[in-house]
Ligand binder design. Structure first.
Ligand code: HSE
Length: 306
């Protein structure tokens, strides 16, 4: 095999209280990445589609991720890489993570699978760190592996997943503003009081328990956040109004997706999604802001060959 095309899904990070800790992959939105082997040692980025991305390999999250992986393997194989984005960077849907995860996934396949998909995670993380200026796996882990992924520890990196989430339907609400993760991270407090911390880790525990036991009332109470939401919500036009609409429409969990501006609302009853999205569209139209709405399940596959 000398050429491969892969899909790397978008993802929702934080999921309420799990700042830099939880994330899940979504369906149909993501990156399509085409990688082919070259006869030399160059990493050559062809013009990207759907967003303007750097072509200099060490300025491109995919280039950094691939280089990290090749260095680990001791390989000097060169590649041509084309990234097609179905959503733009700065949307809160893990754009850089999709590029980093998809590119190492493609290279691993082209090289005959020297590593398992999970072993690619540290390299995808290197790529993601170029964009966010910090290591956070709550987008790259779900984009690479699919499903709901949680990071127990960064040092050493230790993740686990929660399976069987077919009952949950996701509404992604993407108002037309741009927030860069690196800037949104600077808004957060440097320290946390014990009072806030105990609320946060209580909610973290409750999210995991609720997902396992399918206790969606508990899930709804637990998807709340004292670290990022209070500081970031003001960057998102209409945040409180959209949250209220989602709640009145029967959502079982609402919060900012990653660093925003996208928001997510979880539902168990599929029939509530359409009326909720219509109300949200009507609201944004009333304030003259365009919004994109995406209805999805939780993507249990992660990166895949097309
Ligand atoms: N956990 C990261 C943050 C996700 O909230 O900054 C960025 O998509």
């Amino acid at each position: 095999m000398s050429e491969i095309k892969v899909f790397a899904p978008a993802s929702v990070a934080n999921v309420g209280p799990g700042y830099d800790t939880f994330g899940f992959a979504i369906e149909e939105l993501g990156d399509i990445i085409t990688v082919s082997k070259r006869n030399d040692q160059k990493l050559n980025f062809l013009p990207s589609i759907g967003a303007e991305l750097p072509v200099e390999p060490l300025e491109n999250v995919a280039g950094v991720a691939i280089q990290s992986f090749l260095t680990k393997l001791g390989s000097t194989q060169g590649f041509d890489i084309t990234i097609e984005k179905m959503f733009r960077p700065g949307s809160g849907l893990g754009s850089s993570a999709s590029s980093a995860a998809g590119s190492v996934f493609a290279v691993n396949a082209l090289l005959g699978y020297p590593c398992t998909t999970k072993e690619l995670l540290p390299h995808a993380l290197e790529g993601e760190a170029l964009a966010s200026k910090c290591y956070h796996a709550d987008n790259v882990a779900p984009s690479l592996l699919g499903g709901f992924q949680a990071v127990r520890s960064y040092e050493p990196l230790d993740i686990f997943s929660i399976k069987n989430l077919e009952a949950l339907h996701v509404l992604i609400i993407f108002p037309d503003v741009q927030i860069k993760t690196v800037e949104a991270k600077k808004l957060l407090p440097v320290t946390l009081s014990i009072k806030d911390a105990r609320e946060q880790w209580g909610n973290v525990a409750a999210v995991i328990h609720a997902l396992h036991t399918k206790d969606y009332e508990l899930l709804n109470r637990a998807i709340t956040d004292r670290i990022a939401e209070p500081f970031r919500k003001n960057l998102i036009p209409g945040y409180e109004k959209v949250k209220k609409i989602a709640s009145e429409s029967g959502s079982v969990g609402f919060n900012i997706s990653g660093s925003g501006p996208s928001m997510f609302a979880l539902f168990t009853d599929e029939s509530n999604l359409t009326s909720c999205s219509e109300k949200i569209e009507k609201f944004y139209s009333s304030i003259d802001l365009s919004v994109k709405i995406h209805i999805s399940g939780i993507n249990s596959v992660g990166c895949k060959i097309l």
